[in-house]
Write a protein that binds this ligand. Structure first.
Ligand SMILES: Cc1cc2nc3c(=O)[nH]c(=O)nc-3n(C[C@H](O)[C@H](O)[C@H](O)COP(=O)(O)O)c2cc1C
Length: 210
């Protein structure tokens, strides 16, 4: 079977890409909002653009034609931190993916804690075993205005790796991270294979909190 992307709408093409380009690492991105509150959200349309200089790219969709909070913050401050997401962080990660109002931080509700960065202002997520402090260098736009996607290109200005996840030669030990991979639909990849993790709507989650 072949599928011409020009025949599909935004949702269909998104679902095809989501289920085809797998497994994907998950960047838990911390940024600062206008009031200086910490915003955290996961992004799996994410990857390496260049190793030297170290540059990463994150594809951020829009919400009803408007920037998601991470995008608005990255655009304004030109700074962000990419926190590696591990399987142990999955419950917090899925909470941080909810549609929180822009002035509300996801950090505490997700059960995460922060630790200061050394070069940029957004803090790191302490529960993550490795983080990359980044400066935004370029923002590329794709799609029409009401369904725009931005590709944020950012240079890593500092790497942090938990000492427990370093090998004797000083390189990160990928086997120690217990990394979480994103598969298609609501499926993820962990130490014991694939599993499903459904997202909750912010409104429904609020009801469970009361
Ligand atoms: C595992 C996972 C991966 C995600 N990847 C992306 C992505 O690559 N791009 C995107 O725009 N949204 C992605 N999302 C959805 C955002 O996390 C979600 O829209 C979030 O509310 C954005 O938060 P913000 O408004 O604070 O930036 C992902 C969600 C999950 C659970």
């Amino acid at each position: 079977m072949q599928i011409d992307p020009r025949d599909g709408d935004k949702t269909t093409n998104y679902r095809i890409m989501r289920n085809l380009v797998i497994p994907r690492p998950i960047a838990l991105v911390s940024t600062l909002n206008e009031a200086g509150r910490v915003n955290v959200a996961p992004f799996s349309f994410f990857g390496v653009v260049s190793a030297h200089p170290p540059v990463i790219g994150i594809s951020i969709g829009s919400r009803k034609g408007l920037d998601k909070d991470t995008m608005a913050n990255a655009r304004r401050t030109r700074e962000l931190v990419i926190n590696l997401t591990t399987e142990d962080m999955k419950n917090g990660m899925i909470i941080s993916a909810m549609d929180f109002p822009p002035d509300e931080s996801e950090v505490e509700p997700s059960g995460f804690t922060t630790t200061a960065s050394t070069v940029v202002r957004p803090p790191r997520i302490a529960e993550s075993p490795a983080q990359m402090e980044c400066r935004v260098t370029e923002i590329m736009e794709f799609g029409e205005s009401h369904q725009r996607r931005n590709f944020v290109i950012a240079e890593v200005v500092m790497f942090h790796v938990d000492d427990a996840c370093l090998r004797n030669d000083g390189l990160p030990d990928h086997l120690q991270f217990g990394i979480l991979g994103r598969l298609g639909d609501d499926y993820y990849w962990g130490r014991k294979g694939s599993f499903e993790l459904k997202r909750t709507k912010y409104e429904n989650w609020l009801k469970t909190r009361k």
